[in-house]
Design a protein around this ligand. Structure first.
Ligand code: HEM
Length: 499
């Protein structure tokens, strides 16, 4: 397979950077009222690319469009039909999808503050800035947008909680490492877990973990437009290349109910609260894993050392789920397994597994290989950060809600975000568990007559402890699927809009 050289100049920066130092940020949800004026804004918007800047930028702007937005820009059907079915349908556009994603009960799209029926924005403009500078810059951007045919529907705020999400856990610890230089070889089976992903898992127009290219819109090479050529389709220009899909979900967190429930479970024994909360999340509150890392002895202070210390582990050494329960949020979200269950070595063993024989326990065959289902998370917290004491006090009058503006990038919404969300997080049956869903995200709705509201804690040499009647700790308040185009594709779409 040819080496791929990523074109950072043609990518939006979010693919490469989380903009962690730009601690102030907001998501502007917009509607396009005047497609010609909006297209002009898009053609000249100061969008930040993935090129390395020295010194690093003090502010960054990213833009992404929904299917509705592309339609408002009057992009041709020929181009529109090249986008993925999930993107075209949208996050809330189909009842079956909503059910699979767990968007039911209080999280149903009909209650959403944005993104539900009739409320899908056309575009999101995400602003990142150094502390103290967002407010002024936001006014300038908003003015420019207002004068260019955009109507501001909502501004999703974020809050700098110093890398800690509202329940109190360090967030943003585990991320896949992207193979920017195209060195990864995906030929053959992967018999051990690796944290490196092919670029095509996150950037359209490059080979993915199957060694293939994800479908995306293209036009014939002779058609006008400055676009990259498609690697895999001679004679075609690639509208997807250097772009990706952005999933945004506003998830409100009931911090007090989370900690109160935990307190009840441990019979108000303060020394046991943290342990149970960490078992539900699957990491220590500090961000350290519940299992020893392979290289925990490594010393140093750099971000790479920290990443190794916090991420070089798998769950192989915890096959009973005693240290990290099978149902814990991070074990569901990334089971860290390879193409075959642990201990499957040699051709005969692999063939036996492939044919469905030789299963040692129910658990083993219920997990798909992790490398096809990775997410690049780019979320930000919102609301107020409660101190450990405040978590047990009544809310102050008028206290704003807190939560996560969950955001992730992926090249294939169905195989990545939707699979993780539905098959691993929301599914009542996962990894040998039943009537359980993600302890943080589960909607606790009934499925075929049974509530999905349990959590099992395996105990060494004992009967596993079962927690039941877990209340809902999180509620989805909005969400949408966006296309985050490469720079040339963004300008191309802007020009195509005006014809
Ligand atoms: C309010 C909602 C959520 C909260 C409070 C939350 C919290 C956390 C925390 C504390 C971690 C561990 C630290 C880290 O590795 O960054 C984590 C990891 C993770 N979460 Fe979430 N999360 C939420 C929603 C979601 C959603 C909606 C998804 C996907 C659909 C998701 C996917 C992941 C993944 C993939 C990891 C990394 C697992 C690993 O590689 O070890 N999370 N989350």
């Amino acid at each position: 397979m040819a080496l791929t050289n990523a074109d950072y100049r043609d990518m939006q920066g979010l693919l490469r950077y989380g903009y962690g130092r730009l601690t102030e940020s907001c998501f502007l949800l917009l509607q396009i009222d005047d497609s010609v004026a909006a297209a002009h804004w898009l053609e000249t918007a100061p969008v930040t690319t993935a090129e390395e800047q020295n010194p690093p930028p003090t502010q960054a702007l990213q833009v992404a469009l929904t299917y509705e937005g592309l339609r408002s820009l009057k992009i041709s059907d020929e181009v529109l039909n090249g986008f993925s079915a999930e993107f075209i349908s949208g996050m809330s556009g189909d009842e079956n999808r909503s059910r699979r994603l767990g968007d039911e009960g209080a999280s149903a799209p009909k209650y959403w503050e944005w993104g539900g029926p009739g409320g899908v924005p056309d575009m999101v403009a995400i602003l990142y800035s150094q502390p103290g500078h967002l407010a002024e810059w936001k006014v300038t951007i908003e003015d420019g947008l207002a004068q260019s045919g955009f109507k501001l529907l909502q501004c999703l705020p974020t809050a700098d909680m110093c890398g800690v999400e509202p329940f109190g856990f360090v967030d943003g610890v585990s991320q896949p490492r992207l193979d920017w230089e195209g060195k990864r070889n995906v030929a053959g089976d992967k018999l051990s877990y690796e944290n490196v992903s092919m670029l095509g898992e996150f950037v359209l127009g490059y080979p993915n973990e199957y060694g293939k290219y994800t479908e995306r819109p293209m036009i014939l090479a002779q058609e006008p437009g400055d676009l990259p050529m498609a690697d895999d389709m001679p004679g075609y220009k690639d509208i997807g290349r250097n772009g990706t899909y952005l999933v945004v979900r506003q998830i409100e967190q009931d911090v007090r109910s989370f900690w109160r429930f935990i307190d009840e479970q441990v019979k108000q024994d303060a020394s046991k609260r943290q342990d149970l909360a960490e078992k539900m999340v699957g990491r220590q509150m500090s961000g350290d894993p519940l299992l020893p890392t392979i290289t925990q002895s490594i010393t140093g202070v750099g971000p790479e050392t920290r990443d190794i210390q916090q991420n070089q582990f798998t769950f192989d050494g915890d096959s009973d789920g005693i240290r990290c329960p099978f149902g814990a949020h991070v074990r569901r979200a990334n089971p860290r397994n390879a193409d075959y269950p642990t201990g499957t070595h040699g051709l005969v063993a692999r063939l036996t597994r492939l044919l469905g024989f030789g299963r040692r326990s129910m658990r083993e065959d219920m997990l798909a290989s992790t490398r096809f289902h990775r997410l690049l998370r780019r979320g930000r917290e919102y609301g107020i950060k409660l101190s450990p004491d405040q978590r047990f006090q009544l809310p102050l009058p008028g206290e704003p809600p807190s939560g996560l503006q969950f955001a992730c990038l992926n090249a294939n919404i169905g195989r990545q975000f939707e699979f993780v969300q539905s098959a691993w997080l929301m599914n009542g049956k996962f990894d040998g568990l039943s009537e359980e869903s993600d302890p943080l995200l589960g909607n606790r709705e009934f499925v075929v007559g049974y509530p999905v509201d349990g959590f099992s804690l395996p105990v060494a040499d004992g009967v596993r402890q079962q927690i039941r009647d877990i209340p809902r700790f999180t509620t989805v308040r909005g969400g949408a699927y966006f296309f985050l185009p490469g720079m040339r594709a963004l300008r191309f779409l802007a020009r195509a809009a005006r014809v």
